[in-house]
Unconditional design. Structure first.
Length: 599
């Protein structure tokens, strides 16, 4: 029906007859001559409808926004001074010979160039929203990124293998989405949180290099960078160690950015340990564009009179300082605003010292309600370690280590971007390595896996799993970029006896091991090769590349933060017949609950 896309017609086509199909983006009547901006996925083309052709002109007069049109005409240069440098077709226009309406359209709920649309309106009318140039650009970018991943992995000998969407519910950290079985009453499938176990089984099966761009499902609270269903680039390989895997993946990410954005990322990516990342940045995915860093002062304030500091310092917590150069100029209102901000992360408050004169370690040189409760030795150590100068401000976090890291880590990023403490780099990737194998779950009073229970311990750390799990490090690695986690992975456990020890450290009984993971443990006994891998969040990567605020802007049909699809009105009720077939009965209480009928 057409010879070209609208956005492809340019000066090289002058004097050619072309046929275009698309939507009427805008219609303008200039005193007898009608201009139509015809739009398709590749861009816009200006169509000129001259009254010299009455039949065609009559059709043009009746065209309205979003009518689907077919245009045949001759390409000519625009008159001098009317070119549009922002369009690929900006040098030319099409003098219309034939115009056909392929389909009319009712008035759309909003104009495609309308700004400040609420997200609810956009998601309710997602089909119209997806016509907007920015959304089309985002989804085309997503396609380019996915293809760049595929090309690299194909060239490196990886093969695309699908894994099941209906699988077994296993404890992997987040809550599973469950699917009731009609054939097996009272039993459930789970939608996969990731293909983790299956890709390990593929390595045991000898496929050596696997990848898949696949959907994963987690029933958890949502935010800007989360969806109940998300897409990851899942990768696994055999006979490569930690350094070799990260080097290959680093090469892949550089290739993807080069192909999709024409951007050359730094080579090589810096590498820091998890311990260093938390100490300096308060985050395991730090934004290295921000030049501010945290400073450890726990030991310096252990004996001060100020219990807010000495309490955590002597009970296993952390006291850290964040120096803000020139920050003494911050107003009281700004400091109060930052105090409210850190409370989001569990902090009870935000102590500070304004350094008016760094040479005077007293209330004359240091302005703060807490100075009188800190002895001179502590103040001297704080000033020296932070490198504070006259005119600076020092913020403090004092609490449990996690609270301090979360609060000051977020504050570091917020102040850095708000006040311009950034180095100007567009992209700052880094590897974070040497993660702890376990973290202690205070609520359940037991050890939990930091990544997942299939991560291999560092060589020589196997014994620590039984004697001192908190000191056991893992062969785990995350790739962070500009404060976002791009992907994470690990070398996996390939020996059954080591896997059983990890389960023991996690308090998973032999019976539960067999019930939940028996198929994996059995497979590991049949000659499993050393293997490892990594999974990248495709949605997050494209969001960063597109400069979007939310991953919903790079997903065609996303859910809201309440896990709803406003376009299709899902989730929704189902009829009683379907429920009976699934042996499910709904019972109304304070909340709706689902009970599996035993009858």
């Amino acid at each position: 029906m057409r010879t070209h896309y609208c956005g492809e017609v340019n000066a090289s086509h002058v004097d050619q007859i072309v046929t275009l199909c698309g939507w009427n983006h805008r219609r303008r009547d200039h005193g007898g001559v009608i201009f139509i901006d015809l739009r398709d996925r590749e861009g816009l083309a200006q169509v000129v409808c001259d009254p010299d052709r009455p039949d065609m002109f009559k059709i043009a007069e009746d065209v309205r926004n979003e009518f689907v049109l077919r245009v045949t005409g001759k390409v000519r240069r625009r008159p001098a001074g009317t070119e549009n440098p922002n369009l690929a077709s900006g040098e030319i226009e099409i003098l219309c010979h034939e115009l056909g309406v392929l389909n009319a359209a009712v008035t759309p709920p909003f104009q495609l160039d309308e700004e400040n649309l609420s997200e609810n309106v956009r998601l309710t009318h997602r089909v119209i929203d997806l016509r907007r140039p920015q959304m089309q650009k985002n989804l085309m970018l997503r396609y380019k990124v996915a293809m760049a991943f595929r090309r690299f992995l194909d060239d490196q000998g990886f093969i695309d293998i699908e894994t099941p969407m209906l699988t077994k519910s296993t404890p992997e950290g987040a809550r599973d989405y469950l699917v009731p079985s009609r054939v097996h009453p009272g039993q459930f499938f789970a939608l996969p949180q990731s293909p983790q176990l299956f890709k390990q089984l593929l390595m045991v099966a000898g496929y050596d290099r696997y990848y898949q761009i696949t959907k994963c499902f987690r029933d958890e609270d949502l935010r800007a960078d989360r969806q109940p269903e998300f897409t990851q680039v899942d990768i696994e390989t055999s006979f490569l160690g930690e350094e070799q895997i990260t080097a290959l993946m680093e090469e892949m990410i550089r290739s993807v950015f080069r192909q999709a954005l024409s951007v050359d990322l730094p080579n090589p990516f810096p590498r820091i340990s998890h311990t260093e990342a938390m100490s300096r940045y308060g985050s395991d995915k730090p934004d290295l564009r921000v030049t501010l860093e945290l400073t450890e002062v726990t030991d310096a304030v252990a004996d001060v009179a100020f219990k807010v500091f000495s309490g955590p310092a002597t009970s296993g917590g952390r006291v850290a300082a964040l120096r803000v150069p020139g920050g003494a100029s911050l107003t009281r209102g700004e400091i109060d605003g930052y105090t409210e901000f850190v409370k989001i992360y569990g902090a009870k408050g935000l102590a500070y010292i304004k350094v008016n004169d760094a040479s005077k370690l007293n209330e004359e040189g240091l302005q703060s309600p807490i100075v009188k409760n800190l002895h001179e030795t502590a103040l001297k150590t704080i000033i020296e370690r932070t490198g504070a100068q006259s005119g600076d401000l020092i913020f403090f976090g004092a609490d449990k280590t996690k609270v301090v890291n979360d609060a000051l880590g977020a504050l570091r990023s917020k102040i850095g971007h708000e006040k311009g403490y950034v180095d100007g780099s567009a992209w700052r990737p880094l590897w974070v390595v040497d993660f702890p194998m376990f973290e202690y779950d205070e609520e359940n009073k037991r050890w939990a896996a930091c990544h997942h229970p299939f991560t291999s311990p560092k060589d020589g750390h196997e014994a620590l799993m039984a004697t001192d799990p908190g000191k056991c490090l893992a062969k785990a690695y995350d790739l962070a970029l500009n404060g976002w986690e791009m992907g994470g992975g690990s070398v996996r456990i390939h020996r059954a006896e080591v896997q059983e020890k990890v389960f023991q450290a996690l308090g998973i009984s032999p019976e539960e091991q067999q019930a939940k993971f028996g198929f994996l443990l059995d497979a590991l006994k049949y000659g499993a090769p050393p293997h490892g891998g990594l999974a990248f969040g495709l949605d997050r990567i494209v969001t960063m590349m597109a400069g979007a605020d939310s991953i919903r802007d790079v997903i065609a049909f996303p859910k809201t933060q309440r896990a709803q699809c406003l376009l299709t009105d899902a989730p929704s009720n189902v009829d009683e017949k379907q429920l009976r077939e699934l042996h499910i009965r709904l019972r109304q209480k304070v909340e709706t609950q689902v009970e599996v009928s035993k009858g």
